[in-house]
Ligand binder design. Structure first.
Ligand code: DGL
Length: 283
């Protein structure tokens, strides 16, 4: 377990693959002095169409690795599916470790919709989870949430398969529009899987200008700052630590083929200067 004085230790971040880089980008903006170790569990993905036991077991494996091999001072679960399946059990396993999860941005969506109809795109596993159902129950009854499990979309994004991304996205947008009651228009769409934020340009084009897309990357980054501050674990922002962070800002590891992660790092400008991704054997 990290000790209280481990403020210079890295923050461990993981996702099933490249999706969590949408959260990493926000984390790096919010916390420029921090070091990060990011793992994409591509060798065991996608999570969203696997059973909860698999996602729980992988999340524990990744958390254990980040805590033991990197002495992570905090964990960020940059994956809605892993958060739904594992955040409670990880908090029990590491009671003194700050752990931040991500969940679909229903509350901000309810606050900003004017038509009262919000679409939620997420993985099948997230939408079926008790955690998500409990989140829906806490929303105002005046807002109607239309849910769509987007099977195959995270895998298509992972493989950068442009044709599959376009055709699946179109099919899921159409399916949600068909669900909308009467003439009421969907005006807000929650991107409840971190992979989908990576294709927000495609989704924005398909949904059209009247629709606002919401993801939770920025709120998660702000929450991470708050929990680190409360635990007195923020890295001191001295000129030395800033230049240290600039030298070794981000370690990126993939349990699958690291080239996909490396390409996504560049597309997302997450690691300047260019960060390389390394293979990690973590069965
Ligand atoms: N990026 C993950 C999420 O936020 C899941 C993608 C997958 O199915 O592996 O839910």
């Amino acid at each position: 377990m990290p000790s209280r004085n481990a403020a210079t230790a890295p923050i461990g971040v993981f996702d099933s693959g490249i999706g969590g880089l949408s959260v990493m980008a926000a984390l790096r903006r919010e916390l420029p002095d921090e070091r990060f170790v990011y793992i994409g569990d591509a060798g065991h993905a996608p999570y969203g169409e696997r059973d909860t036991a698999h996602v729980l077991q992988r999340s524990q494996r990744l958390a254990d690795y980040l805590c033991t091999a990197h002495q992570a001072k905090a964990l960020v679960l940059a994956c809605n599916t892993a958060t739904a399946a594992a955040v409670a059990s990880l908090r029990e396993r590491y009671p003194a470790l700050p752990i931040v999860g991500i969940e679909p941005a229903l509350k901000p969506a309810a606050a900003q919709t004017t038509s009262g109809v919000v679409a939620v795109m997420a993985t099948r596993s997230t939408l079926a989870s008790d955690k998500f159902l409990a989140l829906v129950r806490t929303q105002p009854r005046t807002v109607r949430f239309l849910l769509q499990a987007c099977d195959g979309l995270a895998a298509a994004i992972e493989q950068a398969d442009r044709h599959a991304i376009e055709s699946l996205s179109q099919a899921y947008v159409n399916a949600l529009v068909r669900q909308a009651p009467g003439e009421t228009l969907i005006d807000t769409v929650v991107l409840g899987c971190t992979h989908y934020a990576l294709i927000s340009d495609t989704l924005a084009r398909l949904w059209g200008p009247q629709v606002t897309l919401l993801d939770a990357g920025q709120p998660v980054a702000r929450r991470t700052r708050q929990v680190l501050q409360a635990a007195e674990l923020l890295c001191p922002a001295s000129p030395e630590s800033r230049s240290e962070a600039a030298r070794a800002p981000l370690v990126c590891l993939s349990t699958g083929d690291p080239t996909g992660l490396e390409r996504a790092l560049q597309d997302w400008h997450v690691g300047e200067p260019a960060v390389t991704a390394c293979a990690l054997d973590l069965a």
